[in-house]
Every structure is written in C-alpha cells, then in structure tokens.
Write a protein that binds this ligand. Sequence first.
Ligand SMILES: O=C(O)[C@H](O)[C@@H](O)[C@H](O)[C@H](O)COP(=O)(O)O
Length: 260
Amino acid sequence: MNTPQLVVHRDKELMAQAAAARLITRIVDAQAARGSASVVLTGGRNGNALLTALGASPARDAIDWARLDLWWGDERFLPEGDPERNVTQARAALLDSVPVDPARVRPMPPSDGVHGSDADAAAAAYAAELAAAAGPEDHGPVPTFDVLMLGVGPDTHVASLFPELPAVRETDRMVVGVHGAPKPPPTRISLTLPAIRAAREVWLLAAGEDKAKAAAIALSGAGEIQAPAAGAYGRSRTLWLLDAAAASELPRDLYPPSLA
Ligand SMILES: O=C(O)[C@H](O)[C@@H](O)[C@H](O)[C@H](O)COP(=O)(O)O
C-alpha cells in the first residue's frame, strides 16, 4: 500500500479546476503511452464539479475522446435517465458535450433495465462487463484503470461503500449491490475495495468543512471497515485532493507539509 499523497487547494472551486487540469494531463499521457486511457468516474458534487471544470477547460480537446474508456465507481439504482443517477449528472456536466465513443462509455445498469429491480443481478452483470474488458496484463477481473476517482462522504464512505455495511467487507466480488445505504437512494451498485485497488491511481476528492473529520479519520490510520476511504488506494498512487476546509483537521504531521 503506497503512502497517500495530499494536495490542498485554497477552496473547492480551485480544487475542481486543478483536479480537472490534472485529469486532462493524466489522460493525455496515458493515451500517448498506450493509445487509450481508462477512467472511473465518481458521483457527488465534487466529482461533477470536476467534470464541469474539465468541459470548460481550453485544454479539454487535447484528450482523444474516442479513445477514452469510462466506467463508474458506483451508481444510484434508479431508472434510466433519472436526474439522481451519477451517469445522468456526468452526461450533463461533460459527456454530452464531448465526442466520446458511446461503446466505450459504460454506465452501471438502471433499475428499469434487463435486470429489473434486482440490484444484485445488475451488479453481477457489471462485474461481467469489467471482466470481459480485462486483459492478461491486468491485475484481476477488471481492466487496469489509469485513474479511479472517488468522492469522500462525511462518514468516510467512498463509492457506495459505507462504514460497517456488507459491501465494504466484500473481498471476492468486484461489484456488488448495496441495500439500505444511509445516503439516499438506499439501493445502489458499487465497485468493491478489491476493484478500486486494481487502479493504477486512486484520487480521492474531498472539499468543504463537512469533510474535515472524514479526511482526518481516513488519513490517521483508521481501518477500512470503519472508514472505507482508508481502504481506497491505487497500485502506484493514492492522491487526496482537498481544499483547505477539508484539510483543516488533518494531523499536523500530514498537513501543512513541514517547512524544510
Ligand atoms: O453516488 C454517490 O453519492 C457518490 O458516488 C458518493 O460516493 C459521493 O462521491 C460522496 O458521497 C461525496 O459526495 P459529495 O462530493 O457530493 O460530497
């Protein structure tokens, strides 16, 4: 497990802009190196603010949109087109205004699709889609994502992995149905920690005073069952992108960096 890196920005607006610029560069580098890039999007206000900032960036079309694979870390299990679905919000924030290849944009299933209201079946189908996209060079039955982004909840949840609930304890399956989530809606689909940890880089987005305790808990050695964000790390990089408010309760040995 690599040591999390922290970058703290003045406020949440600047964090979204800087994170968007960072993501553009990461995608461009991956495409230059391997011809394509694979990114996992997150729901939530910070995730959507990043996508909106990316869409407004003059550098956005440095990305070859046709060679970008997009997945989701979690989804609210609601009907297709529901405004509360993460993919609906991602489309409004960015995807409807860039020329992505629809075949490479892979939302998690809706609750009125072929799996009906069975979130567990829908989760298994998404796991099968991930497995089908994995290659021999990948680390398990998921593709090696270049960047997997996660918003962080005030209770330290990431994706739809909530403290102490069954989904955060899952060690075998890559995608699970979530029932009784404390953050509405109660039924969701989520990548599990093993799937999250298959990513090259995991970026955690936390902005606002309401995330200060969660960031401090997750970065101070808490266990992943009690603090799922503590279990979200990448194979080569784990990056916390915070604003000053969310960093305000971090232990001093973590932030601010000691003056050399
Ligand atoms: O489906 C969701 O709700 C998100 O995936 C969830 O994990 C979100 O990222 C966090 O709750 C942070 O949300 P905010 O950025 O809005 O605080």
